[in-house]
Design a protein. Sequence first.
Length: 367
Amino acid sequence: MTSVSRIPVAVLGATGAVGQAFVRQLADHPWFVLAEVAASERSVGKVYRDAARWLEGTLPADVAGLVVQPCTPDSVRAPIVFSALDSGVAGEVEAAFAQAGRLVLSNAKNFRMHDDVPLVIPEVNGDHLALLARQQELRGWAGAIVTNANCAATVIAAALAPLHEAFTVTKVVAVTMQAVSGAGYPGVPSLDILGNVIPYIGDEEPKIETELGKLLGRYANGTITPAAITVSAHANRVPVEHGHTVCLTVGFERAPSVAEALDVLRAWRGHAGVAGLPSAPASALTVRDEPDRPQPRRDVQEGRGMGVTVGRVRADTLLDLRLVAMAHNVVRGAAGGSVLNAELLVASGVVHRETGALQLGALPGTP
Ligand code: NAP
């Protein structure tokens, strides 16, 4: 058997909560090798083990000694760049990398809603990656930017995608219970969150309300037509370490019975080509029958943090159905989702399997 070399990749914002999740997700990855880490001036020039306050598990030895680089395309050379940057800086930095010919997989909000930028959860709308051809045409970048969704929007979109495909979702009320790790590190002060619930997360509700339509929208001829769904979101911070839980009340064009909804959720496999990728969970969705699941403590590690668990599917008194969905915000909702996007691009030939070079001609619909 011939051995295939791994593609060098970099993480921008590598010292933060999501950056560290990238380091864990990329450890021993079969296709990618983490070759460079970058962060703010505060960290530049330090070795990673000194710059990052390592939060979870064992820091991989081959990353511990990497010297933290500035977030510029001259300093960071990898063809694939995972960005865990704060949104205050992500816009300018990610555009500079895309202009310099790199594939940027971003977790920040800056480009998510741009018409020519794919906002992708691979199982839900992997076909939206085709938008990259339009992005290149419009922007003339040698590289490209692909984004993944807000972490709560990710949970909601994954739970609703099968139901939307089958019955057309029209209205959603989403009440979130979001983990503290969603606020980064050091995040929310302990005296604000211990034994408490904070009924406000800055800028979160508008992200949930706008991103869902794009995520569940249809791609055709270089355009996404957003799904016509009215969303009302209540975002709450709760004293949970990892795992965003969302209570959903949903209205449909054709209301399913509870049994029909459960059948559709159980049968859902998601976008073809995702199953079997290195970071893909064994099941795109896990449906629990127990009346008290999903729970972050019991279910957050489903599919090595990449699973989305749903339960409590029942009839509703105001709209049609109620259900609860939960997933790991830092893995499924951030770093793991980004790595899965990159894997899908490699598997579909849009990124060269050995060099990491972009080959946009491999996208469906390109001449
Ligand atoms: P975080 O823990 O605060 O980390 C922020 C990272 O950005 C750090 O590595 C920091 O480096 C770097 N940074 C800050 N200012 C910079 C600058 N001027 N130049 C270069 N690097 C700079 O935040 P996080 O939770 O990891 O979130 C990162 C991004 O992911 C955000 O855009 C967030 O909205 C998004 N996101 C987070 C989650 C989640 O669950 N946490 C989920 C989805 C998306 P230093 O350590 O050197 O300061």
